[in-house]
Design a protein around this ligand. Structure first.
Ligand SMILES: O=C(O)C1=C[C@@H](OP(=O)(O)O)[C@@H](O)[C@H](O)C1
Ligand SMILES: C=C(OP(=O)(O)O)C(=O)O
Length: 437
């Protein structure tokens, strides 16, 4: 099999400022909430990437009108809300590998009803959705699997919501709860809707993003810890007018780690103290590793303070940015352990297995378990040819191994299939090259 690849020369020093692309998690939530709301929404700085492209295309197939306007300061998307009534009652929707598109859209279409099919790339058909479908169907929707039970593709038909209390498992993906929360106002016409979470909820900060954005669209959710959520009846999504998408905090992690490994300072612009994204807490993990972090309302800066300190921590709250810590661990002074990351195994690829395999290629000693990874850096990091498993984060993470940290020898790092970064950050390699000095 032939591969496309990118060769990265050794980078001795990094420095500069990076304007981040919009947050994937915020972009796709805002798109769906805009479509479901009353009134027109102007979205500023929406992420332009594969994951948002599939959501935009799906909304168009469903009859939701939107336009894109280029202005001197950036892009504005104008979405005409349909107030929960979709013009097209049937559609075949391609969801790529976007969890933030397929999970909330499945819930919305199941509750609204119609004749819809949803499918994606082969890996999407291996990513679980059964807990969400179970919760929806128990409430009265009609969602069927057309392939393997528990996984896309799905066929959604007309159902009838009869339940006022739903329960959903929270320990496989938080996106199932996010999906139910987003559509709960559509179910809570006459009665309140309660959603109970079964099992320990993972990735909690993503639920905070969901609740925050739901509130911006005029709906209040009552929260009882992480165990249950209630939506009072009669609330409808209202356009907030104009809404701005923050920079992507997960994308920020690669540049902050670069500053931490190879000098810096590197500043990311678009996220900071005011962010609603849990992944800004990546900066705190770097601080624990001895990195000097400074932060403003809308920026974060990292500079290295010498050799990184090994870390042993629970990363359940930042599963995506945690992958970048596994790479920083290569440049640390001992063994690092990343705990409570079982969800890595059901994402773009089995990320624990992929990370272990590729880290070993550059010389690390790696131990993996069902829900953890332990990385012992080699005396000397050896550049290698890295496979990316159609996982944008594998490509972005391993670009960092071109950095000339304290213990790295050799020259070219080769990243296979680098175009997979298009899922969330199509311009990644250009942005990375711009901070290489
Ligand atoms: O809700 C979201 O926007 C996301 C939730 C997380 O998934 P899990 O809840 O499956 O961990 C995260 O990994 C994903 O990239 C985006
Ligand atoms: C897990 C991820 O994506 P998704 O939104 O498809 O779950 C990710 O971006 O790291």
């Amino acid at each position: 099999m032939t591969h496309e690849y990118i060769d990265l020369q050794t980078v001795a020093h990094v420095q500069g400022a990076v304007r981040l692309p919009g947050s994937k998690s915020i972009s796709n939530r805002i798109l769906l909430l805009s479509a479901l709301s009353q009134g027109d929404v102007a979205i500023v700085d929406l992420l332009a990437s594969d994951d948002t492209a599939v959501m935009l295309a799906a909304l168009r197939s469903l009859g939701v009108q939107w336009t894109e306007e280029q202005t001197a300061t950036g892009t504005i998307h104008h979405v005409k809300g349909v107030a929960g009534v979709l013009p097209n009652k049937s559609a075949d929707l391609f969801m790529g590998n976007a969890g933030t598109a397929i999970r909330p859209l499945t819930a919305a279409l199941a509750v609204i009803g119609g004749d819809y099919t949803l499918h994606g790339v082969p890996r999407m058909h291996e990513r679980p959705i059964g807990d969400l479908v179970d919760a929806l169907n128990a409430a009265g929707t009609n969602v069927e699997y057309t392939g393997n039970p528990g996984f896309p593709p799905l066929h959604i038909k007309q159902g009838k919501i009869h339940a006022q209390r739903l329960s959903v498992r929270g320990d496989v993906s938080s996106q199932f709860l996010t999906a139910l929360l987003m559509v709960a106002p559509l179910m809570a016409r006459e009665h309140a809707i309660a959603i109970d979470v079964v099992g320990e909820l993972i990735s909690k900060p993503y639920i905070e993003i969901t609740l925050n954005l739901i509130r911006r669209f005029g709906v209040t959710v009552e929260q009882n810890g992480w165990e249950s959520f209630t939506i009072e009846p009669g609330q409808v999504y209202q356009s907030p007018g104009t809404i701005h998408v923050e920079g992507d905090a997960s994308s920020a992690s690669y540049f902050l780690a670069a500053g931490a490994i190879a000098g810096g300072p590197v500043r990311v612009e678009g996220v900071g103290r005011d962010s609603i994204q849990g992944d800004v807490r990546f900066a705190a993990a770097l601080e624990q590793m001895g990195v000097q972090i400074t932060m403003g309302d809308n920026w974060i800066e990292a500079r290295s303070n010498g050799v990184l300190k090994a870390i042993d921590a629970d990363f359940n709250h930042i599963p995506d940015a945690a992958m970048t810590i596994a790479i920083a661990a290569l440049y640390a002074d001992g063994t690092s352990t990343l705990r409570n990351i079982a969800s890595w195994r059901v994402k773009e690829t089995d990320r624990i297995a992929a990370m272990a395999t590729e880290l070993r290629k550059v010389g690390a000693i790696v131990e993996e378990g069902a829900d953890y990874i332990k990385v012992t850096p080699p005396a000397v990091i050896t550049p290698a040819t890295i496979d990316t498993y159609d996982d944008h984060r594998m490509a972005m993470c391993f670009s960092l191994v071109s950095l000339d940290g304290a213990a790295r020898k050799g020259n070219v790092m080769r990243i296979n299939d680098p175009q997979c970064v298009g899922k969330t950050f199509p311009e990644y390699f250009a942005a990375f090259a711009a901070i290489a000095k």
